[in-house]
Design a protein around this ligand. Structure first.
Ligand code: BT5
Length: 253
């Protein structure tokens, strides 16, 4: 029904009309042993969420609200790499379908003209030294013509950026193809080739930033990402900080 060209990703599909959150259902399926490549996708989420339990606006029939189950043999510390891998896949899929070259803002934002067109939520089921499952949530705004007031200044959709309407299954198909290809490359060759692709889309690097973490704000220059996917920031006193997750504000120069 999705017209898939992938070998594994998306052959096990839970296609839902309305769910609280695809992420929640994917977690449950992963606990029950669902295989790698299983996806949960919904027309609508009534309680879609972002990081730190923020809400994710997911109106009916307009976007791609999807969660993918991965089972890589990696330690939990390497999981941030997967957020970046998925960001590259999302960026490549948008580029292929629209010819727009989006920006990736570390760690999980895909931007077009400075506004968020897609967000990624990476969550783990893990033992202390081994990942059991990675649940990757992807929210992509596709055909929305407007947004609620609270996010209108920061959100956009493919339709708003191009003036066109898109067939969402086609985009899902392209996205799964990119995901499968990059993930295969990652398992075979590690994170380095993905990192290079990521750097081609990144807007954060070399910029003056404020990184707001759960432990407070860090101001400095984003020097780059490390081989595990963390952000390397140098503060004014010369100290180097490695950041696992944060909200990044890019300071105008
Ligand atoms: C994210 O969080 O960007 C991760 C979004 C992941 C959503 C997918 S949809 C499928 C799966 N199931 C779920 O329940 N979730 C995943 P974060 O970086 O924390 O950004 C959240 C913030 O983005 C919110 O606080 C709003 O400011 C803004 N926002 C909410 N809905 C948005 C939308 N549709 N488009 C753009 N920005 C939005």
């Amino acid at each position: 029904q999705l017209g898939l060209k992938t070998k594994r990703f998306g052959w096990n599909v839970y296609d839902q009309e309305s769910v609280p959150s695809t992420q929640q259902l994917a977690h449950q399926l992963a606990h029950e042993g669902a295989e790698e490549g299983t996806i949960v996708i919904a027309e609508e989420q009534t309680a879609g969420r972002g990081r730190l339990n923020r809400s994710w606006h997911s109106p009916k029939g307009t976007g791609i609200w999807m969660s993918l189950i991965l089972r890589p043999s990696i330690p939990p510390q390497q999981a941030p790499q997967l957020t970046l891998l998925v960001a590259v896949a999302v960026a490549e899929a948008i580029q292929e379908e629209t010819n727009i070259i989006p920006d990736i803002k570390w760690p999980n934002d895909i931007l077009v003209n400075g506004k968020k067109v897609a967000g990624i939520l990476t969550e783990l089921q893990a033992d202390p030294d081994q990942v059991r499952a990675v649940i990757v949530g992807i929210g992509m705004n596709v055909n929305q013509k407007q947004f609620p007031n609270d996010i209108a200044p920061i959100a956009t959709s493919l339709a708003l950026e191009t003036g066109r309407t898109f067939h969402r299954p086609k985009i899902v198909q392209t996205l799964l193809q990119k995901l499968e290809q990059l993930y295969g490359q990652y398992l075979q060759h590690g994170f380095l080739p993905i990192k290079l692709l990521w750097e081609g889309y990144a807007v954060t690097i070399g910029q003056q930033i404020v990184a707001r973490t759960l432990n407070g704000a860090i101001r400095g220059v984003a020097l780059g990402i490390t081989d595990s996917g963390t952000l390397k920031v140098q503060t004014e006193d010369g100290a180097i900080h490695y950041i696992y997750s944060a909200d990044i504000e890019i300071k105008k120069q």
